[in-house]
Design a protein around this ligand. Structure first.
Ligand code: FAD
Length: 391
């Protein structure tokens, strides 16, 4: 019997583990992290590496360790070049620094000792806590259970792309698809569909690999925002009024309004325009309505059947679906344990993110309590803080 079971070893789950060990002095032997992947942070690494994001969007105080200045201290203690590790006035860490720091934390806390690779397919309440059932028929019991399952596996595909893929083997891929072929195996020229930070990072990367063979096709003018929601959402300025909203419909509306969906920070916009001026890539604005694959080219059309663009490969940088994670097994857990959910289907939890006795949620499952930052690193830190506050 473990003291704590964490389902999901992504950004959220690893942050939780680090808070439990460092703040609550839970021994690593009393903790188990169950995840489908062989290694921690698999989705994070796959997505950020696919687009070769050089710097994080969030500031250097947002990482998976407890002490907010841990990343700073890590740079100093490793004699790394601080100027090269952080970017700009928000001190955004480089991806390399962030990942080295994550690795250091994971090793330091011996989190791989707590790692169990497996897929959770059911959860049931037992007298002493919770029992987690894995696909391979193993069972794991724990006093407390944290659900830290994200939605980085629920890729958002535009309807026209789904239709095209149903019709033929067109070279249209979602950039976060785990089965994404190597870029070198793909047919140029490339069209990147999307107008947010992922699309821009990807277009920049491809424009260095395949200069003059990349078009960024976006459906709206660039939305320039340093962060993906107003920094007021990190603290009481916005959070107090959010929590005062007793209607969960209203909270859902506030979350949607607060998110700067499809936005990019100013410095990235400047770099992109620079690449455009050097003719390394093209930027076009149009909305794809339907597509066809003929004579080795993907043809993208608008709703008047006008040919917008033609390319060898289309890469979708269209993000993730925002539906509730755990779709295949969580609904029966909700039903059996009569767990409270809002109209949007997401958990209604208390201030400690408790959904039932000794059952906690974080990440997107905690959105209605944490607010628009729930899925981010800052949201993981706040969630972990609140969960340990219950004990
Ligand atoms: C390209 C990119 C850049 C980003 N940059 C930033 C940034 O700069 N700053 C920031 O704050 N945020 C950033 N984010 C957002 C955010 O930090 C991530 O989306 C975050 O990784 C979400 O973490 P998670 O733990 O919720 O999900 P995941 O990383 O998906 O982890 C959840 C884990 O749970 C596992 N799991 C799910 N279901 C089961 C099951 N049934 N059984 C077993 N295991 C299961 C999954 O396999 C997965 O490993 C970025 C996101 C992306 C994609």
């Amino acid at each position: 019997m473990f003291k704590w079971i964490i389902v999901g070893g992504g950004i959220q789950g690893i942050t939780m583990a680090s808070y439990l060990i460092k703040q609550k002095k839970i021994a690593v032997e009393d903790l188990v992290i169950i995840d489908q992947h062989a290694e921690p942070l698999a989705n994070w690494r796959r997505c950020t590496n696919a687009i070769s994001m050089p710097y994080l969007r969030s500031p250097g105080v947002h990482h998976l360790d407890v002490n907010p200045f841990s990343l700073d201290a890590f740079v100093k203690s490793n004699g790394a070049n601080e100027a090269g590790s952080f970017l700009g006035r928000f001190k955004r860490p480089s991806l390399l620094l962030f990942e080295n720091h994550c690795d250091h934390l994971i090793n330091d806390l011996a989190l791989k000792q707590a790692w169990v690779q497996g897929t959770v397919e059911a959860v049931s309440k037992i007298t002493a806590g919770w029992q987690v059932h894995l696909q391979n028929a193993d069972k794991v019991q724990g006093e407390n259970l944290v659900l830290a399952i994200g939605n980085s596996e629920q890729l958002s595909w535009p309807e026209w792309a789904v239709t095209l893929k149903d019709q033929c083997q067109a070279p249209v891929y979602h950039i976060f698809d785990p089965a994404l072929p190597e870029f070198e195996e793909m047919q140029a020229p490339f069209t990147v569909v999307g107008g947010g930070i992922t699309a821009v990072h990807l277009a920049m990367k491809l424009s260095t690999l395949f200069p003059e063979q990349v078009t960024l096709l976006k459906r709206h003018p660039f939305r320039i925002h340093d962060f993906d929601s107003d920094p007021g959402w990190l603290g009481p300025k916005k959070q107090i009024s959010f929590r005062k909203a007793s209607s969960y419909q209203k909270r859902r509306m506030l979350i949607s309004q607060a998110r700067h969906k499809g936005s990019i920070p100013r410095d990235l916009h400047i770099k992109l325009l620079h690449q455009q001026r050097k003719n390394k890539l093209q930027i076009e604005e149009a909305q794809v309505h339907h597509a066809a694959f003929e004579t080795d080219a993907v043809q993208l059309y608008d709703e008047t059947d006008r040919l917008l663009h033609q390319s060898g490969t289309v890469l979708l940088a269209t993000g993730f679906e925002s539906m509730m994670p755990g779709g295949t097994w969580l609904p029966s857990v909700i039903k059996e344990n009569r767990l409270k959910c809002a109209n949007c289907g997401f958990p209604i939890v208390n201030g400690n993110l408790q959904w039932d006795q000794n059952l906690y949620v974080m990440g997107s499952l905690a959105e209605l309590e944490i607010g628009p930052i729930a899925k981010n690193i800052s949201g993981a830190r706040q969630a972990a803080e609140r969960i340990i506050g219950a004990h």
